[in-house]
Design a protein around this ligand. Structure first.
Ligand SMILES: [Zn+2]
Length: 96
């Protein structure tokens, strides 16, 4: 146990509290998941005596759990479209 858990960290929090200034020190964040240049984290803000979140941080953009679910649906749809494009590209074109 190297991190201080004095402010009630969720099990997934990897922040070493006590090293950041002000309210930034009251935000719990998960380990970063990197996808290309995108950094994804789950965060809960415990500043001002109430919890805000959880929200998914995609770089600097905060998504609610509902918005993150919509993102999953949109990505699934786009990946489906992308795979149909790859399939078409691999087939002979209409002019050949
Ligand atoms: Zn924490």
């Amino acid at each position: 146990m190297s991190r201080t858990a004095t402010i009630g960290c969720p099990a997934w929090c990897t922040v070493r509290h006590g090293h950041l200034l002000g309210e930034d020190d009251l935000v719990h964040c998960s380990a970063e998941i990197l996808i290309g240049d995108l950094a994804l984290r789950l965060c809960v803000d415990d500043a001002a005596g109430h919890s805000e979140g959880p929200y998914v941080l995609v770089d600097d953009h905060e998504l609610t759990a509902h918005e993150a679910e919509r993102l999953i649906e949109a990505l699934t749809e786009l990946v489906g479209l992308a795979s149909s494009v790859e399939h078409r590209v691999s087939e002979p074109g209409p002019g050949s």
